[in-house]
Design a binder for this molecule. Structure first.
Ligand SMILES: [Zn+2]
Length: 85
């Protein structure tokens, strides 16, 4: 996934859907966080994308695996998905 090449747009590869749902959610929130950080702080560095998601949504984005891919906890994923996991 990536973002910021066009205002308000996040791009995702179909291969992202092969990741665990916790990573799909973490990646998506991180990318949306770039846009939110730009709106809130006028800057959207990597850490700011995660920080604005924590500040506005109360969700902590973590990094895991050999590629250090974004993820959220299983409980956050369940909450976002409506608790049906
Ligand atoms: Zn980023």
């Amino acid at each position: 996934m990536h973002t910021m090449h066009r205002r308000g747009q996040v791009c995702a590869s179909a291969r992202a859907a092969e990741l665990p749902i916790e990573s799909v959610i973490g990646l998506t929130l991180h990318e949306v966080g770039h846009h939110l950080a730009e709106l809130v702080w006028g800057s959207s560095e990597q850490n700011e994308a995660d920080a604005v998601v924590a500040k506005l949504l109360g969700v902590r984005i973590m990094y895991a695996g050999p590629l250090l891919i974004q993820r959220v906890s299983a409980s956050v994923a369940a909450r976002i998905l409506g608790g049906r996991r």
